[in-house]
Design a protein around this ligand. Structure first.
Ligand code: SF4
Ligand code: FES
Length: 237
């Protein structure tokens, strides 16, 4: 079948504003949108810019907006977004980031927020025996959050970030939970100043758009609310 990818193009060095460009492309319904993009780049327009690496939902580099939904191009099939011959599929870069070229965005702010929650195990206590033992139940408490590929789809999907760019954002909070909920971690009070402030966890309004967008099915909103509960309990002590 033939579909038309309507792709947002923008070169900040030469263009005043972004414009959409149509690319008709022959595809199978079971092809991925990433396949269609690569076909366009190889055979129609080598100037089209987008990121990709693994092509299997692991590296997180090809997150973009497809028909207004934040997702990975390598995990989105043509049949998920186009049902009929000649259908137009709109492809745009993630929101809230400066565009470097076409579908490539500068994720600096995302990674700054991610690093601000100290996303690593904090524990200065001496290790007993060989390792810090953890039960299966203790591991299960945060298991989904270990799957994050830092793609930023949740960040672009979050309506709060559209109004308040200083909000810490869903991925950073989910990754703080990944360690706060880890029975081996002792970094709660070190992370508290970043989380416990109006633009930290408290700006989240439970829109659930992050959870819907996440290609790794991380229960982001739930993890944010559990982090809020942890902090409330800490203050009640
Ligand atoms: S939480 Fe999900 S959507 Fe957000 S960065 Fe991680 S993998 Fe991507
Ligand atoms: S190319 Fe790696 S996640 Fe899509």
């Amino acid at each position: 079948m033939k579909i038309i990818l309507k792709i947002q193009r923008f070169n900040p060095e030469t263009d005043e504003k972004p414009e959409h460009q149509n690319y008709p492309v022959e595809v199978e319904p079971t092809d991925r949108i990433l396949d269609a993009l690569m076909h366009i780049k190889r055979f129609q327009d080598g100037t089209l810019a987008f990121r990709k690496s693994c092509a299997h939902g692991v590296c997180g580099s090809d997150a973009m907006r497809i028909n207004g939904k934040d997702c990975l191009a390598c995990k989105t099939l043509v049949q998920d977004v186009a049902k009929i011959e000649g259908e137009i599929v709109i492809i745009e870069p993630l929101r809230y980031f400066p565009v470097q070229r076409d579908l490539i965005v500068d994720q600096t702010v995302f990674f700054e927020k991610y690093r601000s929650v100290k996303p690593f195990l904090i524990n200065d206590e001496p290790v007993v025996e060989k390792e810090r033992i953890q039960s299966q139940e203790e591991r299960t408490a945060f298991d989904d959050t270990t799957s994050c590929i830092l793609c930023s789809a949740c960040f672009s999907a979050c309506p709060v970030l559209g109004e308040n760019p200083d909000f810490l954002g869903p991925a950073a909070i989910a990754q703080s939970y990944r360690f706060l909920a880890d029975s081996r971690d002792r970094g709660f009070e070190e992370r508290l100043p970043v989380l416990d402030k109006p633009n930290g966890i408290w700006a989240c309004q439970n829109h659930f758009q992050c959870t819907r967008a996440c290609p790794r099915r991380i229960k982001i909103t739930r993890r944010i609310n559990q982090t809020k509960n942890m902090i409330n309990k800490y203050h009640e002590k």
